[in-house]
Design a protein around this ligand. Sequence first.
Ligand code: IMP
Ligand code: MG
Length: 435
Amino acid sequence: MLKGDVRCLDVVGSQWGDEGKGKIVDVLAKDADWVARYQGGANAGHTVRIGDDQFILHQIPSGILHPGKRCALGNGVVLDPVTFFEEIHELERRGHKVDGRVLVSSRVQLVLSYHKLLDRAQEASRGKGAIGTTGRGIGNAYEDKVARVGIRVADLAAPERLRELVEAGTARAQGKLRALASDTAVAAGQIYDELCGLAPRLLPMACDVGLALRKALDRGEKLLLEGAQGAMLDVDHGTYPYVTSSNTTAGAAAVGLGLGPTAIDAVLGVVKAYTTRVGSGPLPTELPPEQAAHLRELGAEYGATTGRPRRTGWFDAVVVRYAARLNGITALAVSKLDVLDPLPELKLCVGYGLRGERLEEFPADLAMLAEIEPIYETVPGWQSTTSDARRLEDLPSGARAYLDRIGGLTGLPIRYISVGTRRREIIDVEGSGAG
Ligand code: IMP
Ligand code: MG
């Protein structure tokens, strides 16, 4: 899709995350010069399979697995510097050269150990109302950013200021932990020493990422932007408060990289052929426990970051239509179609019923969400294998009819169909190979 007039393509999740963005970005990265992340942090888990090797990337863009491609982390990301270098170490250990290929915005906010402690202590204190966060300190780091007390990559260059910021941050975190009845001690000295130890490696990667990407575009290079999480976890538009703490929709790409919105030429929305969610909160098309477990096993639906079992449900066209509008999606990539192969019958949610009325749009109110009844269309399954298909014509007619219905219900063209975890297991509807 990165061809012709499309020089900057944003790939976003259109459900609750885990749509398979990692694989799609990996497939598209061969046509890109840069792959950039712009929001979220180590809460993301992007799974990419190359041959028999599987990588789960949390902070480094999936483009790193393509030799020679450059990667960038924009200002909208919250970076855990300790696990960032662990990830780099692991990639290098497995034969991928990372050195000199990753840029990090000097404006990136750092996630520190006390953010993670607070995340877990707050979740514990929420009891039944827990959000089911990934425990990576994401919300707490964004809280500090908005409260204007965060620590940024640029601060690593100023040891005195860094020491003051760490001391103040530690004291604040300690106070909050105490208020949550936690007696965990946070040591400012240890955090400061650790950051000073990482600074000589992190600072050479630091720059104005917005400027670097603008210059790249001006040179005619191509940019692939990699969203994390999905539209329904967006802090404004998702199922608040059961959301993540960043904007996950396409507008965030401009802000989170420091590019003007007119730089983005197209938005590819990734959707699973069904629906999953990890963590708490509304999931209108959730299956009853037994069926949910069956689909979970078929799709190996376990969180890539936390290993938690994912909740599973039927495809929800109300959700995807909403995501299409919020993101300005120009085409869809449908993933994990092959997971549905064995099922005799499938359902698609085409609207919601509420108190005798029909709702076509996703409601904001949690109480309404708890009451809605999905309206389903039932279609026959195809009960044959799709993983060998490389062209639309190779798919069984039932699978094509199912995809046509998704296209019809969402009003979007389907450009890619992923039919397995491997790189080659993909159909590019507009071309012979994926591209
Ligand atoms: P947090 O982002 O760790 O604060 O978690 C908030 C909510 O977002 C929880 O329900 C998480 O399970 C969910 N979440 C965060 N990141 C991801 C992701 O990459 N995929 C799926 N769910 C996620
Ligand atoms: Mg994931």
